[in-house]
Design a protein around this ligand. Structure first.
Ligand code: AMP
Length: 150
């Protein structure tokens, strides 16, 4: 396992995306901790998962403190709730001073909130539209236009 601070990743939300990411990082020998409010969600982790798993509501500041968020180099926030993702991502940046914060956003219009706090965003709807446009052979200008409309 890597020991430097920036190799410690916290994933918030153990849904399909969070669990797969945690499994992949663990397979790559990264130090990873995954948080979910529902402990049954950890069943999605692979039997070979070598990281930590904490059952907690990620909006609880004490829980984030106990998870050692201050030591994390990267925090990835992928719960199914944009409000939770906004709040946790901002706590990671502003309170715990995490260098790299990535959040999934269902509502692309919230992206401006994140930009202000230097948080990177992934929006499934926008990514899907870009891929569909690519498959349909749309001109790159239309893809650029889509990106600007996020
Ligand atoms: P999915 O919709 O498959 O990406 O899963 C999202 C995951 O986020 C679920 O396992 C939820 O239990 C989890 N989740 C939602 N809200 C919170 C929260 N406040 N704290 C921790 N985990 C959460």
């Amino acid at each position: 396992m890597k020991t430097d601070q920036n190799a410690y990743t916290i994933i918030v939300g153990c849904g399909r995306l969070g669990a797969n990411l945690a499994n992949a990082l663990s397979d790559a020998q990264e130090n990873v901790l995954i948080i979910d409010k529902n402990k049954d969600a950890f069943r999605k982790l692979s039997p070979s998962y070598g990281g930590l798993a904490t059952a907690a509501d990620a909006t609880d500041l004490d829980a984030l403190q106990e998870a050692g968020m201050v030591k994390a180099g990267t925090v990835v926030v992928v719960t199914n709730n944009d409000n939770v993702n906004v709040m946790v991502a901002q706590l990671a940046r502003e309170v715990f001073k995490v260098r790299e914060v990535i959040a999934r956003l269902y509502d692309p219009e919230r992206e401006c909130v994140y930009r202000e706090f230097d948080i990177k965003t992934i929006c499934p709807a926008v990514l899907s539209m870009k891929e569909i446009e690519k498959i349909l052979g749309k001109k790159p200008t239309e893809v650029t236009h889509l990106a600007q409309a996020e």
